[in-house]
Design a protein around this ligand. Structure first.
Ligand code: ADP
Length: 477
């Protein structure tokens, strides 16, 4: 049985209460986590402040980069161990979990290299002045992490904050904390100074809320649901602290009749079922131009029927959902679609050897869904896609922009002018032309608009968010 503690000031610390760790592939309890509370968050914020005023804060940008590079190498070396842990904890098929571990290593490589390339500017000004800007770390950054991609989100959020010189307090999701703790172990062994990274596991309403509202935290980065994002922003607002919110999505892929359908096909499906659809940037709406609608639906259906669902260790196309509650939630959407008479075009299949206690659900493709139907509006966060026909470019844009979200959009066409027009017209933080996701590149700024949140992570944008700009105007005559 796994028995985890909190990681504060470079020490493994016990907590008064404990939380169960479930393997979603079997429904079995495989260990327990420490349930951190407000007092533990207080200790972690204090430890981060000490590190920021001490060894970590005194490190040069090049030294910070060197330590992150070392952690990155260690993560890469231990990618199999991390993948196995994540597969058990989140239910991700092993290959996908390994890709997440390697993405974390790549974030460490990227931000290690960026640490000493982050600098201010000089600004031409009045005679007798020299004006320049300094990019200074905020100090203590708080990171509230969801359960769907723990390693990738630690990479794009926590690693960026560390590279910029902050000391971090991390609250992983109660459903999936194991790789965050393993990451702390690796970072500690690689020589990250004590207190630069602190991990407080626990419940959102307890440890998470305490972190979001702590007056000693100078920036909050949150990835999760829109409802909790609003709470985080309100809590941070009381301390006038900046937040980055990466929330939900209902991202469309728009397929025109002139598109390369052979290329599009795997992207259209994978973007909906990867991680069992539990991805903020999942593409849950497929907008298909009328002349190819029927033909493309047939091809999508064939792919759906070939999808296999099973235990993470069996490394099939789709694993279980994270919990029984999540499965029930997604099932209720499917039932609602069926109840409203929507056509189920095709479903995937649950493998015969899938453990009976696992939270498995066959991927489900609905067709002919009205753009304002709840299935085309709500973020379902499960392996459910809806196909919607459209007749013109204008209609495609209207449907694409017709939700409260605006995270990602995909455009499939061979018409270059149309691709450029639509890239401007769609409401999204990332637009992909003739692909979807671009392989998740760590260099590519990511974030949303509307109820998908605000602020950007990944790339250099994260480093700008994790620093504050100081302008120095010196008069020398
Ligand atoms: P999901 O719906 O995907 O589970 P949540 O938004 O509930 O996403 O959770 C994302 C993260 O936010 C988790 O780490 C969770 O513990 C945390 N969280 C949940 N509720 C709160 C809250 N009231 N305050 C702060 N953090 C919270």
């Amino acid at each position: 049985m796994i028995e985890e503690k909190l990681f504060i000031a470079g020490q493994w610390v016990a907590a008064a209460a404990r939380l169960p760790v479930e393997d979603p592939s079997t429904g079995e309890t495989i260990g327990t986590l420490a349930a951190g509370k407000a007092g533990d968050i207080d200790a972690a914020v204090g430890a981060a402040q000490d590190a920021f005023s001490g060894a970590w804060g005194a490190a040069t940008a090049a030294e910070r980069g060197r330590v992150l590079a070392k952690i990155g190498k260690a993560v890469e070396t231990q990618a199999d161990m991390l993948a196995e842990l994540e597969a058990r904890d989140v239910g991700k098929p092993l290959k996908q979990a390994r890709a997440d571990a390697l993405a974390l290593a790549r974030y460490l490589e990227f931000y290690a290299g960026a640490a000493d390339k982050l600098h201010g500017e000089t600004i031409p000004y009045l005679a007798g002045y020299t004006v320049y800007t300094l990019r200074e770390p905020h100090g203590v950054t708080g990171h509230i992490i969801p359960w769907n991609y723990p390693m990738q989100i630690i990479g794009r959020s926590v690693v960026g904050a560390l590279a910029a010189g902050n000391a971090a307090v991390v609250k992983p999701a109660e459903e999936a904390s194991l790789t965050a703790l393993a990451f702390a172990r690796i970072a500690d062994e690689a020589g990250l100074p004590a207190g630069a990274l602190n991990i407080v596991t626990g419940l959102g309403e307890e440890a998470g809320a305490a972190l979001a509202g702590h007056p000693g935290v100078h920036h909050i980065s949150f990835t999760g649901s829109t409802a909790v994002g609003a709470l985080i922003q309100a809590a941070a607002g009381r301390n006038a602290v900046p937040v980055t919110l990466e929330l939900g999505g209902k991202s469309p892929q728009i397929v025109f009749a002139d598109a390369d359908l052979d290329r599009a096909l795997p992207f259209l499906v994978n973007a909906g079922i990867q991680n069992a659809g539990q991805t903020c940037s999942a593409s849950s709406r497929l907008l298909l131009e009328r002349p190819i609608y029927d033909q493309l639906l047939d091809r999508l259906a064939a792919r759906y029927r070939a999808l296999k669902v099973g235990a993470a260790r069996d490394d099939l196309d789709v694993g279980p959902l994270i919990s029984a509650a999540q499965k029930k939630r997604v099932e209720s959407y499917i039932a609602r679609g069926r109840g409203d008479g929507l056509a189920v075009v095709a479903e995937g299949a649950i493998a015969s050897n899938a453990p009976s206690g696992g939270h498995f659900l066959p991927p489900t493709l609905f067709a002919g869904v009205a753009p304002d139907h709840v299935l085309a509006q709500d973020e379902i966060f499960g392996p459910v896609q809806v196909a919607i026909p459209f007749d013109s470019e204008e209609e495609a844009i209207r449907i694409a922009n017709g939700t409260e979200y605006g995270l990602v959009a995909g455009i499939w066409t061979r018409d270059g002018s149309r691709a450029l027009r639509l890239s401007r017209a769609v409401r999204a933080g990332q637009v992909f032309v003739n692909n979807y996701g671009a392989g998740g590149g760590v260099e590519l700024p990511f974030g949303g608009t509307g109820r998908s949140g605000h602020g950007r992570e990944k790339g250099f944008e994260a480093l700008y968010a994790f620093t504050r700009l100081k302008t120095v105007a010196a008069f020398h005559g």
